[in-house]
Design a protein around this ligand. Structure first.
Ligand code: RFL
Ligand code: PHB
Length: 419
């Protein structure tokens, strides 16, 4: 089998890339370990940045998202609430930075992407295993994998690793050329979906002595709530009753009074960590999305970073095939990483501001309170929050014109553990 671009992983990064490449007349084959039903059933992200919304619209993927909210379409949000114990503040987006976000679940994005790939006629081979990448530093790389017990080989020009945080693509970069940066947080997020009306029209990020809580939603009768939990907790530790009682404790009184409870229809625990693997290109291998970086969900950045990477990869490959120019491919890793690190910083900062850290003391709580008060009283602080939350630009222009007056820090050699 032969294709121009072999894509490993059919999550949002891999399937969006295949669709964008199809639009550019570049053929690809997507290799996915899981079944279609499994990929379509995963419940994950909920918030799309303004730039991600634009990408989906430009790619013809926004039909259902742009349907009226009352008919099940996406829900544009113009701000979020933050609370610290009983103090509550709202950060408005449009007034601060002139853009907003869209509440539209990753499950829906994935659904639209699989439909689009079907319509495009892109080959997506699912339930494959044992992916191995070969000859990455030659002009003739290939991927081998097993499907239905038989080994197959896919010859290609380029391989894009979109196989998520547990994928193996990044490990194909030799250890002495790869560097990882990691911060594990000493807690997880317990998430539930419940068929109840959301507690508020907007998201609430609540910081409380007992731990963090987040109130989100999918639509008028489907709420998504999260609680900071111990990193050793398992789902069985958390009955629905325990969940609702704990959530009420952590919300400001007014929100707790408005909370409508009901049986959970999904419950899961995710660990929290920040992780970046550099570089994002090695020879004919490019990495995109969670395959190269993971952020704690606090900033709602993971899916959006995956979309940003893929836009850069598609632009760079288009230049290669249309103009025979590889400058953009050569700049891909540094261009993507500059944006990635800003999202890593924001996600780390918001996690630090809103969570309870077991090893921290009253000093840290005072710092959180000062940060919160600064947001409450400074339009500049709120604008910075809104700028990051609604999404920094996807720097396609920087693939060919590096930004002036910006020096990229050299990768330090003495810090950062090797993977
Ligand atoms: P994915 O979605 O993990 O897809 C990777 C795909 O690769 C497949 N795969 C392989 N295929 C072939 N061979 C192998 N060896 C393979 N290994 C893996 C997998 O089966 C899978 O189909 O990565 P991708 O495409 O980079 O997309 C990243 C996003 O899914 C992720 O960043 C977000 O879900 C993170 N995230 C959020 N992001 C946001 O932007 N906004 C949010 O509000 C938000 N909330 C969240 C989140 C993630 C969460 N969890 C579960 C960690 C909330 C939660 C609770
Ligand atoms: C969600 O709705 O799943 C969600 C929203 C905001 C976040 C994380 C997750 O920061």
């Amino acid at each position: 089998m032969r294709t121009r671009v072999a894509i490993v992983g059919a999550g949002p990064a891999g399937s969006l890339l295949a669709h964008l490449l199809h639009g550019a007349g570049i053929d690809s084959v997507v290799l996915e370990r899981r079944s279609r039903a499994y990929v379509l059933g995963r419940v994950r992200a909920g918030v799309l940045e303004a730039g991600s919304v634009r990408v989906l619209r430009d790619a013809g993927l926004a039909g259902r998202m742009d349907a009226p909210t009352a008919d099940g379409g996406g829900d544009p949000h113009d701000g979020v609430g933050l609370s610290l114990d009983q103090g509550h503040l709202r950060i408005g987006f449009t007034e601060a930075v002139g853009r907003r976000v869209m509440l539209w679940g990753q499950t829906e994005v994935q659904h639209d992407l699989y439909d689009a790939l079907d319509a495009d006629g892109v080959t997506l081979l699912d339930e494959i295993d044992d992916v191995e990448l070969h000859d990455l530093t030659t002009d003739a790389p290939s991927v081998t994998f097993t499907r239905d017990g038989a080994t197959q080989r896919l010859d290609c020009d380029w391989i894009v690793g979109c196989d998520g945080s547990r994928g193996t693509s990044r490990l194909a970069i030799p250890e002495d050329l790869r560097r990882t940066y990691e911060r594990a947080y000493p807690f997880g997020w317990l998430g539930i979906l419940s068929e109840t009306p959301p507690v508020d029209d907007e998201l609430i990020y609540a910081s409380h002595e007992r731990g963090f809580a987040l109130c989100s939603m999918r639509h008028a009768m489907l709420s998504r709530y999260y609680l900071q939990c111990d990193d050793t907790d398992v789902v069985e530790d958390w009955s629905d009753d325990r969940f609702w009682t704990e959530l009420s404790e952590r919300l400001p009184d007014e929100a707790a009074a408005a909370l409508v409870t009901g049986p959970s229809v999904e419950k899961s625990i995710a660990p929290l960590r920040s992780f970046v693997s550099e570089p994002m290109r090695h020879g004919r291998l490019l990495l995109a999305g969670d395959a190269a970086h993971v952020v704690p969900p606090t900033g709602a950045k993971g899916l959006n970073l995956a979309i940003g990477d893929v836009v850069l990869v598609e632009a760079a490959l288009r230049r290669h095939y249309d103009d025979g120019d590889d400058e953009a491919l050569d700049r891909y890793s540094e261009t993507a990483l500059r944006r990635v690190w800003k999202a890593v910083r924001f996600s780390w900062w918001l996690t630090t501001l809103t969570h309870r850290f077991p090893d921290r003391d009253d000093f840290d709580r005072r710092i959180q309170a000062a940060e919160f008060h600064h947001l409450a009283t400074s339009p500049h602080a709120r604008a910075t929050f809104a700028d990051n939350y609604t999404g920094l630009p996807i720097p396609v222009d920087q693939l060919t014109t590096p930004p002036e007056h910006v020096t990229t820090p050299q990768t330090p050699t003495a810090t950062g553990a090797r993977a």
